[in-house]
Design a protein around this ligand. Structure first.
Ligand SMILES: NC(=O)c1ccc[n+]([C@@H]2O[C@H](COP(=O)([O-])OP(=O)(O)OC[C@H]3O[C@@H](n4cnc5c(N)ncnc54)[C@H](OP(=O)(O)O)[C@@H]3O)[C@@H](O)[C@H]2O)c1
Length: 342
C-alpha cells in the first residue's frame, strides 16, 4: 500500500493518441502498484527517446492498446514503495528504462518493475542518471549481446581483450544518445578501432569518448570512404540511423562480418545484387534489464564511462524538448526535469 501522505493527483504528460505525435500536459491520479514487481517511484527527471511518439504506429506489437500513453521511458527517482525482498527500499536512488509497453515516466510518480531497476551510481545527479538507461542499455546489448565484442574485455580479462583487439567497429549516429555509449563501450572493451560516423562538428566530442576514426557523413558517404582504402572495412557495424546510411554500411562491413541495426532490419536496405555473405545481420529491440544497467553503473561509478546530456528542459517547456529531440541532431540525451530536486 502506498503511504497516505502521497497526493491524490499528479502532473503528467500524455501523448494525445496512438496516431498523434502531440504531447499534452494534464493531471491524473497517482498510480497504484498492481503487478507483484511494481515499484512506486517519485520521478525527479525523465528522458524521451527519438521516435518514441511514433512507436504505437510503427511497432504496434510493442505498444499494446491498453498502454496509458505517458511518454519518456527513462527515469531517475526515489523509491516510495517496493515489493518485499526486491533489493530496493523506500528512499533508494534508482534509475531505469521502463518497457515501451507500459506507461512512461513523464509524470510525478511512475511504476517501473524490479527487473528494470538499478541503483544510481553515487557520482550521477538526477539529470545524468535519467540520461543513461535506454542509451547505455541499447549500446551494451548491441555490442556485447547481439554483436561480437566480449564484455569481459572491459574488466581486462586477457582472452576477451585479445579477441576484441581483432574487431574493427563502425557506428552510425555516433554522437547521439546511443551512439556516444557505443563509442565508449567499444573503446573500453578494447576494440581494434572505433569508427564514428557523425557530422564534422562532433568530431572532437566522439574522439574524447574513444573514437579512433571519424567519418563526416555530411562530406562523404560511408561507401565512398571505404572505397578509398580496403583496410577501412570493419568487422562489426552498429547502425542507429537506417535508410541510406544503413545501406551504405553494407559496403563497410567485411565478408563474414556482423551488421546490427537498432533502426531497420539490414536486409531490407541491402543493395540489390550485392554478394557479400555476412555472419549475422539483424535488427533488435532493447531489453530493459536492470542487471545490465547495474554493470554499466559500475563503469560510471569507476569514472570510466559517462552519459552525454544534450540539454535539460523544465517540465512546463516539454514541447520545446520534444522539438529538439525530433530535430534528429541532439548531441546526447534530452532530459526533462520532473521534480524540484532535479
Ligand atoms: N531498437 C531499439 O531498441 C532502440 C533503442 C534506442 C534507440 N533506438 C532508435 O535509435 C535511433 C537513435 O537513437 P538516439 O537516442 O541515439 O538518437 P539521438 O540522440 O537523436 O541521436 C541521433 C544522432 O544521429 C546523428 N545523425 C543523424 N543523421 C545521421 C546520419 N545520416 N549519419 C550519421 N549520424 C546521423 C545525429 O547527429 P548529427 O547532428 O551529427 O547528424 C544525432 O547525434 C532512434 O531512431 C531511436 O528511436 C532504437
Amino acid at each position: 500500500m502506498a503511504p497516505t501522505t502521497l497526493p491524490q493527483t499528479m502532473k503528467t504528460l500524455l501523448q494525445a493518441s496512438r496516431q498523434s505525435t502531440e504531447v499534452i500536459f494534464t493531471t491524473a491520479p497517482v498510480p497504484t502498484p498492481t503487478h507483484p514487481e511494481d515499484v512506486l517511484v517519485r520521478v525527479h527527471a525523465a528522458a524521451p527517446c527519438a521516435g518514441e511518439l511514433r512507436w504505437a504506429v510503427d511497432f504496434p506489437d510493442s505498444v499494446p492498446t491498453s498502454k496509458v500513453l505517458v511518454p519518456c521511458q527513462d527515469l531517475a527517482g526515489t523509491v516510495i514503495t517496493s515489493p518485499a525482498n526486491s533489493g530496493f527500499a523506500a528512499g533508494d536512488r534508482v534509475y531505469c528504462r521502463i518497457d515501451a509497453g507500459r506507461a512512461g515516466a513523464a509524470r510525478d510518480y511512475a511504476l517501473p518493475r524490479v527487473s528494470e531497476l538499478a541503483k544510481v551510481p553515487s557520482n550521477l545527479d538526477w539529470i545524468k542518471a535519467a540520461a543513461t538507461p535506454l542509451s547505455a542499455l541499447t549500446a551494451w546489448q548491441a555490442i556485447f549481446v547481439q554483436g561480437t565484442l566480449d564484455a569481459a574485455g572491459i574488466k581486462g580479462e586477457a582472452k576477451a581483450r585479445e579477441q576484441n583487439a581483432k574487431v574493427r567497429v563502425l557506428v552510425t549516429g555516433a554522437a547521439g544518445g546511443v551512439g556516444s555509449w557505443v563509442v565508449q563501450l567499444a573503446a573500453l572493451a578494447g576494440a581494434k578501432s572505433v569508427v564514428a560516423v557523425c557530422s564534422g562538428d562532433k568530431e572532437e566530442a566522439v574522439r574524447q569518448l574513444g573514437a579512433t576514426e571519424v567519418v563526416d557523413y555530411q562530406k562523404t558517404t560511408i561507401a565512398d570512404w571505404v572505397a578509398e582504402d580496403a583496410v577501412r572495412e570493419v568487422d562489426l557495424v552498429i547502425d542507429l540511423i537506417g535508410g541510406k546510411t544503413l545501406a551504405g554500411c553494407w559496403a563497410a562491413v567485411r565478408t563474414g562480418g556482423t551488421l546490427i541495426s537498432i533502426n531497420t532490419p539490414p536486409d531490407v536496405v541491402k543493395p540489390v545484387g550485392l554478394d557479400k555473405p555476412v555472419a549475422k545481420s539483424l535488427f533488435f529491440i532493447v531489453e530493459p534489464l536492470g542487471s545490465n544497467l547495474a554493470q554499466i553503473g559500475e563503469l560510471i561509478e569507476a569514472g570510466k564511462a559517462r552519459p552525454t546530456v544534450d540539454s535539460v528542459w523544465e517540465f512546463a517547456n516539454f514541447k520545446a524538448a520534444f522539438e529538439r529531440l525530433e530535430s534528429g541532431h541532439a548531441k546526447g540525451k534530452i532530459v526533462i526535469k520532473v521534480s524540484d530536486v532535479a
